[in-house]
Design a protein around this ligand. Structure first.
Ligand code: PEP
Ligand code: MG
Length: 890
């Protein structure tokens, strides 16, 4: 046997393992060979390898040797079936189908009923005893071949069919008789003649080679290319071609065709699920020309359908099919998606593959199959896509409800919510306090909108990418968010919203689907998540196999509680700035930053101390016994400046300073590029009293909680945006000094750590030196991505989509770590840090800590933990377990 073509079916089993290797013969070919080898009824056929496809596409033609190899393989089919290809008396007909390594549904081409011509159609009619069937098959063939191989407009053929039906007063294809199909065949042939300037090919071998070439060519069709790009499928894989003896589901009422799943792909129930049609070919089920019938009696009765189920109408073929389902599940140890045909009572299997499923079904099947002894826990863990859990953790839109989609933006934070449009955070808070569901709609959000985002059920912004403020904060809070919806324009004067051609006003109802990025008019009903049962089981297994710890990014007691429920093992990032924007404090914060001198700042900070202490107290109470990483103040002072006269006047009242004076001072603090300005540890270096206040609040609260509960939290004080060892040395000394003071005051000491974020390229490069001062590193990959790429995380939304479409980045680097580039800095930072301090604790707290591909990279780098927003904690637990298992399996 050659290594370019592999035969299957007819009882002869293939010894060469390449015959069942998806990379060689494609998914369809591998599974056909596999089914044939376990004794299932598979029509005989052969597969031309993907390797032939790639060399065909590269050379623009077929190798000389291929013709004789294909002829031998065709002889194999003829031998098994007992018919000859092109024999006018009793012809063999074949199907020619594509089949890549992974299924690309509908993306490539198929030709059925190949081998029919003006002579063989007579033979088919005679042997089948069914003239109508023979001529229907011939017209289907001409139609399909003309479209797929000859490139003729299929509209011409459809139009001719419609006219034929109309002329005869028919509504459906099934009403057409042999003479009608015969007339249509003549019509089709004359269309082909007219379009091609030559007759429709009558030579069956010419037909076969035409179809093989067309299937190979379809690998490079526009739609296949788009599909590959969207699904990360390499362009050099190529497709295999499967040539297989035709079996017919359209040979009268004892024939049928269908599609089935061995379990319910929507909810995972262990119940056969599928559709079938009597007297039809597979394309009829797919094309939806006729409404298919239910497979099982139970499903038919549940749906109140009238047409008989296959179980009732064809009990023998159904019983055989049910046996095949069981056999296939035991063989593949997974739910299968099957195509079958019944030809005059005899069952034939045309395809099997692992079936696509919803997240809910994936979870249920994985857990059930462990209980059934079909798979082990490790396989179950690897079988569920961590990102799919997102669908389960948030309320989701009812999939059956109609949607009036207004526009699309980025799917920034998953989940669904409906509510009245509000255009300002304060109004969101007021209306929510009255019990109303609101959606906050802003051009973009700033930290000042936090209270409004919290009060709202969802957030929509016209600008911003996946790590814009709105996106990060909304994910942290578990609020659905659509960001960067550039068709949305807001008019604050008229309190209206223009979305494309449609106008909405404040108070109108809209619905967000944060998982898809869709914005809909009106209210769409939602369904609530279910966290017990299968979900809990799978998570428990995942925890047994993972090596990395999973922490959370959270700064309110509610978020901390939620994260603990989701299994967080500590806090990896508590962003203290959000506490500063609270309405009751912002005035003191502004007073502090606009003060002329240290004394003025200290006076304002004294007012903030008790509030900040209370914040930490509440968090420590929830997190007793667990590490809590608290980051000292990070954002640019610029962000805290007052806006508008009202805010300046309010501040003037509190401080006793004139509005003009305050405005001048604010002008001095204005920055052109605040993200690279007076922020992070630079605040601690220039205004040490700010960090002193925060450190005092942390340790006073920790000592109080330890005294009250007997179980102290473990504070990890984290310094942001460090670039040099000296910065960290100065600030570590500050932390140690203040902590020492408090321990003396309180009469107790606590275990604590001081460490830093690695979020600047220089910090990664100098990690060896910086580690001399740091007990831990937490990779702040949001800023590290921003500073390494020189791409603003707040503005990237405008162009990154195109960057991804053009393949410049495989994915949005703010969503999935740029492993090639930014990843090098992470690896280098980890390596150099550990060289200095072997016990250095390493974690990640950028948004990438909740992204499975980035988590796999963290496992490779042997980080100690990942930290993700509360709703991503379960995703991270599962992804960390998968990464550990894959590492173990090599
Ligand atoms: C980071 O930069 O990755 C980080 C976690 O900090 P922030 O997002 O608050 O800048
Ligand atoms: Mg940062």
């Amino acid at each position: 046997m050659s290594n370019t073509v592999y035969t299957f079916g007819g009882g002869a089993s293939q010894q060469d393992s390449r015959a069942r290797d998806k990379t060689v013969v494609g998914g369809k070919g591998a599974n056909l060979a596999e089914m044939a080898s376990i004794g299932l009824p598979v029509p005989p056929g052969f597969t031309i390898t993907t390797e032939v496809c790639t060399s065909y596409l590269a050379d623009g033609g077929f190798d000389d040797g291929l013709r004789s190899t294909v002829a031998a393989a065709l002889a194999h089919i003829e031998g098994v079936v007992g018919k000859r290809f092109g024999n006018p008396a009793d012809p063999l007909l074949v199907s020619v189908r594509s089949g890549a390594r992974v299924s690309m549904p509908g993306m490539m081409d198929t030709v059925l009923n190949l081998g029919l011509n003006d002579e063989t159609v007579q033979g088919l009619a005679a042997v089948s005893g069914d003239e109508r069937f023979a001529w229907d098959s011939y017209r289907r063939f001409i139609q399909m071949y003309s479209d797929v191989v000859l490139g003729l407009d299929h509209g011409l053929f459809e139009e001719a069919l419609e006219i034929a039906k109309e002329d005869n007063g028919f509504h459906a294809d099934v009403e057409m008789g042999a003479e009608h199909w015969k007339a249509l065949v003549a019509e089709y042939k004359s269309i082909a003649q007219q379009e091609l300037g030559k007759p429709f090919p009558q030579d069956v071998h010419e037909q076969l080679w035409g179809a093989i070439g067309a299937v190979f060519d379809s690998w490079d069709s526009d739609r296949a290319k788009v599909y590959r790009r969207l699904n990360d499928i390499p362009g050099d894989w190529g497709t295999a071609v499967n040539v297989q003896a035709m079996v017919f589901g359209n040979m009268g009422d004892t024939s049928a065709t269908g599609v089935a799943f061995t379990r319910d792909p929507a909810n995972g129930d262990k119940a056969y699920f599928g559709e079938w049609l009597v007297n039809a070919q597979g394309e009829d089920v797919v094309a939806g020309i006729r409404t298919p019938q239910y497979l099982t009696r139970a499903a038919k009765e549940a749906a109140g359908a009238k047409q008989p189920s296959m179980e009732e109408a064809m009990p023998e073929a159904y019983a055989e099919l049910a046996e095949v389902f069981e056999l296939l599940e035991r063989h593949y140890r997974d739910m299968q998606d099957i195509e079958f045909t019944v030809e005059r009572g005899k069952l034939w299997m045309l395809q099997t593959r692992s079936g696509k499923r919803t997240a809910k079904a994936a979870l249920k099947m994985a857990v059930d199959m462990v209980a059934e002894g079909l798979i082990d826990e490790e396989t179950a863990i690897l079988r569920v896509d961590p990102m799919a859990l997102d669908q389960l953790l948030h309320p989701a839109l009812d999939p059956d409800a109609p949607r009036d989609v207004l526009t699309k933006g980025l799917p920034a934070s998953p989940g669904a919510a409906s509510g009245a449009i509000v255009l300002e955070a304060d109004i969101a808070e007021q209306r929510a306090a009255r019990g109303e569901n609101v959606i906050l709609v802003r051009v973009e959000t700033s930290p000042e909108d936090i209270h409004g985002m919290h009060a709202a059920k969802g957030v929509l912004t016209a600008r911003g990418g996946m790590t814009s403020h709105a996106a990060v904060v909304a994910r942290g809070m578990g609020r659905p968010c659509v960001s960067g919806a550039s068709q949305v324009s807001i008019d604050l004067k008229t309190r209206t919203l223009q979305v494309g051609q449609r106008q909405l006003k404040e108070g109108d109802l809209i619905t967000l689907d944060g998982s898809k990025g869709e914005v809909m008019a009106g209210e769409v009903p939602v369904v609530e998540p279910e966290l017990a049962g299968d979900f809990a089981h799978l998570m428990e297994w995942a925890d047994r196999y993972r090596r990395m710890k999973v922490r959370t990014n959270a700064e309110t007691p509610e978020d901390c509680r939620k994260a603990r429920q989701f299994g967080a093992e500590g806090i990896g990032l508590c962003r203290t700035e959000h506490m500063f924007f609270d309405e009751s404090r912002i005035t003191s914060v502004r007073q502090m930053i606009l003060a002329e001198d240290e004394q003025g700042r200290r006076a304002a900070l004294a007012k903030l101390l008790p509030e900040q202490r209370a914040d930490f107290h509440a968090i420590f109470e929830v997190m007793t016994g667990l590490p809590v990483t608290i980051r000292l103040l990070d954002p640019p002072l610029h962000e805290f400046l007052p806006h508008g006269d009202a805010e300046f006047e309010e501040l003037a009242d509190v401080t006793g300073l004139g509005v003009d004076h305050l405005k001048r001072r604010a002008g001095e603090l204005h920055e052109f590029n605040p993200m690279l300005g007076h922020r992070g540890c630079r605040l601690g270096i220039t205004y040490p009293e700010i960090y002193e206040m925060q450190v005092r609040a942390i340790f006073e609260a920790a000592c109080d909680v330890a005294a009250a509960s007997g179980n102290s939290p473990i504070p990890e004080v984290m310094i942001p945006l460090v670039a040099t060892q000296r910065e960290l040395a100065i600030l570590k000394q500050l932390v140690d000094r203040v902590a020492g003071e408090i321990f003396r005051e309180k009469g107790r000491t606590l275990e604590y750590l001081v460490g830093t974020m690695i979020e600047l390229p220089r910090a990664a490069l100098m990690a060896g030196e910086i580690a001399q001062e740091a007990a831990f590193f937490s990779f702040g990959t949001n800023d590290l991505t921003q500073t390494t790429l020189g791409v603003s995380r707040d503005d990237a939304g405008r162009f990154l989509v195109q960057y991804v479409e053009k393949g410049i980045f495989p994915r949005d680097p703010f969503v999935s770590l740029d492993i090639e580039g930014v990843g090098q800095l992470v690896a280098l930072g980890a390596e150099r840090g550990r060289a200095t301090r072997p016990a250095l604790k390493l974690g990640i707290c950028g948004e990438h800590g909740g992204d499975p591909a980035s988590i796999a990279f963290c496992e490779e780098q042997q980080l100690d933990y990942v930290s993700a927003s509360p709703y991503r904690v379960p995703i991270a637990r599962l992804a960390a377990a998968q990464a550990a298992l894959r590492a173990k399996q090599g």
